[in-house]
Design a protein around this ligand. Structure first.
Ligand code: SF4
Ligand code: SF4
Length: 364
């Protein structure tokens, strides 16, 4: 039955009905905020009202039992309100300081199940896609890699000991519905082989013009093949043009490009959306390929950890990873992170036969 005042029952209810009372009453009046301890934020309104937010790490895929438990905690401490952030953190909000410690005490009774943190100069949860669980073009899993990486970086989630915040993102293909293009450390699933063409299925499952039009590089062309003695219409791929993006596979299930040996992970660093210290930056490729070594992706975990620890040891306060790399020079960045330099590693690699110091801006 349509809800009152609404044309239909389609779409989510208006978000305002999910605001805690203190948020609703002070909408547009919040003046400033501070982090009172790792994982706890206090926002102050011009009315004098305060809201304390306790941020808790969460997985992106959770069970119904887990959500019920989270709701019970919210019922007990937050009048039933809670929110999930885009990084899959849970935020419990209370409207006075004296309600914070009882909430923290309840969370602590669950051990590390509800870790409090993810604020300020630390590593907050990894924004990520969903990988092998639901999409058709992933080159890696998302949740599995995120779990393996965050297990290793857990102490950086619950503390604020880094020079500045480190935003890590994972996208399981370069179509990137994750935020890897502008993250301090980006984990990106990559394909390295062109689509395979299944001529037996293609007539039944594909609209050929759609498959041809789907390629941003014009690499898919009409072709003919013989199946069971009959000539059929199909497509061929100009392999030299293909960038292994998987767009054609989106349109045509007979053009899969997932491949256990070809697929893997690339690491990019130095992106950010903040204007602080320097302008926003895109992430740069620093490791072109790591294997999909399931179930714990040790090469990827170690690469991320190495970059994070080199940054933690060397950067100045408030410097993001990209600011640090630019200050010390990318040559030093590669050295400090123990990453071999390859011709694929920076934008102007074409000139970098012996050195990648191709502009006067490089410092060494
Ligand atoms: Fe699908 Fe690519 Fe998004 Fe992963 S990043 S969920 S493969 S579109
Ligand atoms: Fe074109 Fe991408 Fe398909 Fe390659 S994978 S043929 S670039 S659409």
């Amino acid at each position: 039955k349509p809800m009152d005042g609404r044309i239909s029952d389609l779409g989510p209810p208006h978000y305002e009905q999910f605001f805690p009372a203190v948020i609703k009453e002070n909408k547009g009046k919040w003046l400033w905020h501070e982090i009172t301890q790792p994982g706890v934020l206090m926002h102050k309104s011009e009315t004098g009202a305060e809201v304390y937010t306790v941020r808790v790490g969460c997985a992106r895929l959770v069970s119904v039992e887990y959500i019920r438990e989270v709701c019970d905690i919210a019922d007990k401490h937050c009048d039933g309100y809670l929110r999930f952030t885009t990084r899959n953190n849970i935020e419990f909000m209370v409207d006075s300081k004296d309600k914070v410690q009882p909430l923290l005490d309840t969370l602590a009774t669950y051990g590390t199940k509800y870790p409090v943190g993810g604020t300020g100069a630390g590593v907050t949860n990894i924004v990520h896609t969903q990988g092998w669980v639901h999409c058709h073009t992933p080159a890696t899993d998302a949740s599995g890699v995120v779990k393996a990486v965050m297990d290793e970086l857990f102490d950086y989630f619950t503390s604020m000991t880094l020079p500045a915040q480190v935003r890590i993102a994972l996208a399981c293909c370069l179509n990137m519905c994750g935020a890897v293009h502008a993250s301090d450390i980006a984990i990106l699933g990559i394909h390295r082989k062109p689509p395979m063409i299944d001529n037996k299925r293609i007539t039944g499952v594909c609209e050929l013009p759609l498959a041809i039009a789907s390629c941003p590089l014009g690499a898919v062309k009409p072709a003919k093949a013989e199946i069971d003695g009959k000539e059929i219409k199909t497509v061929k791929v100009n392999v030299d043009r293909c960038m292994f993006c998987g767009n054609c596979y989106t349109m045509c299930p007979a053009m899969p490009l997932a491949d256990p040996e070809g697929d893997g992970i690339a690491i990019l660093v130095g992106g950010k959306v903040s204007n602080r210290i320097s302008e926003p930056k895109f992430s740069k490729l620093v490791i072109p390929y790591l294997p999909n070594n399931t179930p714990r992706w040790p090469e990827t975990v170690q690469a991320v950890k190495k970059i994070l620890e080199a940054y933690a040891a060397d950067a100045k306060k408030y410097e993001r990873i990209g600011d640090w790399a630019e200050r010390i020079g990318w040559e030093r960045f590669f050295e400090k992170c123990d990453i071999p330099f390859t011709e694929k590693s920076i934008d102007d690699y074409r000139l970098a036969y012996d050195t990648w110091r191709t502009t006067t801006q490089f410092k060494y």
